[in-house]
Design a protein around this ligand. Structure first.
Ligand code: SAM
Length: 275
């Protein structure tokens, strides 16, 4: 019988954020696959654990992945950790999970620290619907195309960025989405110099023209506000009727369509009940 691949999230700055279950899983695993073994050794020393480590990162994943899979198929359990945060989120863990899934090796994900979710929760922007964008493509053309497609994204967007590219990225985001777009710049989360700047993209460009970007960043950017579409009262009634036919309550359907179309709620309700 094959073993299990455990995805073990590790602190994104504060070592106190390792959970008891994560520590126990690391202790119980036959071996640990780590992105940078030196980084993970610090955590293992903190937990007073001595475990066999294998290296698994972007530049060796093609060779290391199949070797790890072979051991899992032979019945060993492996804990996968990355330098910080949740394995498989903007790191090569994604490929190992796919490899295991294809080979029908069980994968068990433990909940824990993730920079994106930590930033979103503290951003003070809408959290109900969001799009995780990770790192923008490195190639200029692909970046431009990605930003072009995101111009109409209405969900809150989350980007990862390295400090040496922050200024350029903020300028590009401001150019694409406009300088008035609200954003939260979340720096060094859970660390001594944690800083949350809630401003506009234009304000962020100005701030970093005068301040040196330092540390790790998550950029949380408000989604586009949908331009009021010219929908007539009759069209809005039809939309409401469609939702009611799908099983929605009249009141809820009217509320949703009124919000989406900017047709006055009371007028819409009256038109729906008299139709
Ligand atoms: N898998 C990780 C996770 O769950 O967040 C992310 C890995 S990705 C290679 C690293 C990026 O995460 C950094 O460049 C930065 O954008 C973000 N990040 C990680 N730790 C952070 C922190 N303490 N504060 C702000 N951003 C952080």
């Amino acid at each position: 019988m094959s073993g299990v691949l455990y995805l073990v999230p590790t602190p994104i700055g504060n070592l106190g954020d390792i959970s008891r279950r994560c520590a126990e899983t690391l202790a119980a695993a036959d071996f640990i696959a780590a992105e940078d073994t030196r980084v993970s050794l610090k955590l293992l020393n903190h937990l007073e654990l001595k475990k066999p480590l294998v290296s698994y990162h972007e530049h060796n994943k093609k060779e290391s992945g199949p070797r790890i899979l072979e051991r899992l198929l032979a019945g060993e359990t492996c804990a996968l950790v990355t330098d910080a945060g949740c394995p498989a989120i903007s790191d090569p863990g994604e490929d190992l999970v796919r490899l295991c899934a294809e080979a029908e090796v069980p994968v068990c994900a433990l909940p824990g620290p993730c920079a994106a979710i930590t930033a979103l929760s503290v951003s003070a922007l809408a959290t109900g619907r969001f799009a995780f964008e990770g790192f923008l493509p490195a190639q200029k053309k692909e970046r431009r195309e990605r930003l072009e497609r995101l111009k109409t994204e209405e969900r809150t967007m989350i980007f990862y960025e390295a400090p040496h590219r922050l200024r350029d990225t903020l300028a590009e985001l401001s150019g694409a989405f406009g300088p008035e777009r609200p954003a939260s710049l979340c720096r060094e989360l859970t660390k001594l110099h944690e800083q949350i700047l809630r401003l506009t993209l234009g304000g962020a460009v100005e701030y970093y023209a005068e301040n040196e970007p330092r540390g790790e960043y998550v950029l949380v950017v408000a989604g586009a506000v949908r331009a009021a579409e010219a929908v007539s009262l009759e069209q809005a009634v039809t939309l409401v009727q469609g939702l009611i036919a799908d099983g929605m309550r009249t009141k809820d359907a009217v509320k949703q369509i009124a919000e989406e179309t900017c047709v006055a709620k009371n007028a819409l309700y009256a038109a729906v009940v008299s139709s």
